[in-house]
Design a protein around this ligand. Structure first.
Ligand code: GLC
Length: 564
């Protein structure tokens, strides 16, 4: 029975393998001083909300000093708080309050690039001793006609050449994202050292670890050769133009991950007064690559949680039951044994669940996310089923890749619609801010869609979400064995079971039609099926017994049941 009763060790040392990580986008969460921009005091004031919901860990998108070209992913001082977000004291208060409420705080660590306003970049551009090679510099190629062109054909993720000419230094520098985000040179041990200092600085402040941004971009092939063309587009400025074999996913990335894992493990060993420090890594990569991030073929452990983005990238509104089952199984098959699976349902870079799968799918997708084994990652607002503000105008658009492609195409790439302010209530600006203008407009649906309304309603997405978090506290959700099957083309089910414990069954209809399914063979037990959590519009009630042999599910309906 070991492991079924939550022990103190599990809470402290092994706290992370069963946790829900709630991503806060600080700029849009809660504004405490009326300037239209979310801030740290705002977050602190809402930590009680997280705790009441049942959240025990949060990761914050960047809160560091930044010119905000990429809204904090361009850092000009890794050890300072962005003034519009607050002060270091505000941060310390946030950490203390979180600790008191039992919430672990994970910070966003952006190692691939700094801001061009960082003093390292200024020093490097000026060739100050010790900083010459902090970034990736190159003379470029002098053509016969005397014009100078970038050293190769690499495009930036955000459109345009990945190289920018620097007048001062008379050289090109590499930037895999915007030109204001120069790539740091990880082949330079001084850079590695400087970043270790950054990590230790925040670890000493009591953070529980880091989400490591764009980790697969850290290294480039030293030859800086042209990349082969992908054949996907004729537009040489588009990121899809080349196959990124020299600028992404290099083997050296894994060495850096191992290095940072060691740093975290050493720190945890030396400072056992706080829970184990962990890392989550961001890389949109293949299964084998991400499996290696967990643990390589020599058994060296790396990232605690290499983000699994497959619910974002590999299933869509029209995917059928087989697609979902395959999506789940493939991760579990490739993940090395003894690690925690993780499932990311959304983030600040991708459309929201209600917009990807349709608003009717919100509860079913939260049921899926929260009853699978392992770690779940929720982007703020998904507990309410917030919707992308797709109508956001060109004038209000601020996201750099959207600005880069221009007015005609901005909607195809803009991330602004998923970053609009959190909808707390039906008050001005959805209760997010008292400003006359917020940094991004509030989605106009806030009058009906907001937390306050969902708390007051008899049934709501928020209450479903909260019930699911409550259910996760039971032992079966931590150690239950897992199996999943398609019951038909449109309905799949999975089971968490353990000897002598009541099993938990999740059944999901991913079609737009009502579906009748027979669960008896899947359950293979003559036990009674009882509803544990039902969606907002469900005709079923918690506690209601169900006939396993003929279960009727409404369009996009999910149900979480117990076998008693
Ligand atoms: C990551 C972040 C994204 C950012 C990019 C560059 O993908 O999630 O928001 O723009 O890295 O730092």
């Amino acid at each position: 029975m070991a492991g079924l009763v939550k022990s103190d060790t599990e809470d402290f040392i092994d706290w992370w393998p069963h946790t829900v990580f709630y991503q806060i986008y600080p700029r849009s969460f809660k504004d405490s001083n009326g300037d239209g921009i979310g801030d740290l005091k705002g977050i602190t004031s809402k930590l009680r909300y997280l705790a009441d919901t049942g959240i025990t860990a949060t990761w914050l998108s960047p809160i560091f000093q930044s010119p905000m070209v990429d809204f904090g992913y361009d850092i000009s001082d890794y050890k300072a708080i962005q003034p519009e977000y607050g002060t270091m004291q505000d941060f310390e208060e946030l950490i203390d309050t979180a600790f008191e409420l039992g919430i672990k705080v994970i910070l966003d660590f952006v190692p691939n690039h700094s801001s061009d306003q960082h003093e390292w970049f200024k020093k490097s551009a000026a060739k100050e001793p010790g900083y010459e090679d902090f970034y990736v510099w190159h003379d470029g190629i002098l053509q016969e006609n005397g014009t100078r062109v970038p050293p190769n054909n690499w495009p930036s993720v955000f459109y345009g050449s990945a190289w920018e000419w620097h007048e001062g230094r008379q050289q090109y520098y590499l930037h895999q994202f915007t030109k204001e985000q120069p790539d740091l040179n990880y082949r330079n041990p001084r850079v590695v050292q400087a970043m270790d200092d950054v990590l230790l600085f925040w670890l000493k402040k009591g953070v529980a670890g880091f989400r490591i941004d764009a980790v697969n971009h850290l290294f480039e092939d030293e030859s800086l050769k042209d990349e082969p063309l992908s054949g996907k587009t004729a537009d040489s400025l588009s990121y899809d133009y080349t196959k990124h074999i020299y600028s992404r996913d290099l083997p050296e990335v894994l060495e850096m991950i191992h290095h940072w894992r060691q740093l975290l493990d050493d720190f945890s060993a030396k400072h056992p007064e706080r829970p184990t420090r962990i890392m989550m890594t961001e890389a949109y990569g293949g299964l084998t690559q991400l499996a290696d991030y967990y643990e390589d073929s020599n058994g060296v452990r790396g990232s605690h949680l290499p983000f699994n983005f497959h619910f974002i990238t590999d299933v869509k509104g029209d995917s059928d039951a087989r697609d979902y089952v395959y999506n789940v199984e493939k991760w579990l098959i490739y993940m090395p044994r003894g690690h925690a699976a993780n499932w990311v349902m959304g983030n600040h870079d991708n459309p929201r669940v209600a917009s990807r799968f349709g608003p009717a799918s919100v509860d079913a997708m939260n049921m899926l996310l929260l009853t699978l084994p392992g770690v779940a990652v929720t982007y703020n607002g998904e507990e309410l089923g917030m919707v992308d503000y797709r109508e956001l105008s060109w004038e209000d658009t601020v996201d750099p890749p959207a600005r880069n492609v221009g007015e005609e195409h901005y909607k195809e790439v803009s991330r602004d619609p998923v970053r609009t302010p959190f909808q707390w209530s039906n008050a001005t600006n959805a209760g997010f801010s008292t400003a006359t203008k917020t940094w991004l407009p509030v989605h106009p649906n806030y009058l009906e869609l907001n937390l306050e309304a969902q708390k007051a309603a008899k049934r709501s997405h928020y209450q479903v979400y909260k019930d699911l978090l409550e259910l996760r506290k039971s032992g079966i959700m931590r150690v239950g064995r897992f199996n999943i099957e398609p019951l038909s083309r449109w309905v799949f089910a999975f089971k968490r079971s353990y000897p002598n414990f009541e099993s938990i069954i999740t059944v999901i209809n991913v079609s737009d039609q009502e579906q009748l399914v027979d669960l008896s063979e899947f359950l293979s037990q003559p036990k009674k099926l009882v509803v544990e959590v039902a969606g907002v519009d469900s005709k079923y009630q918690t506690g209601q017994p169900l006939a396993a042999s003929a279960l009727l599910l409404a369009a996009r309906e999910g149900l979480v049941c117990r076998l008693v």
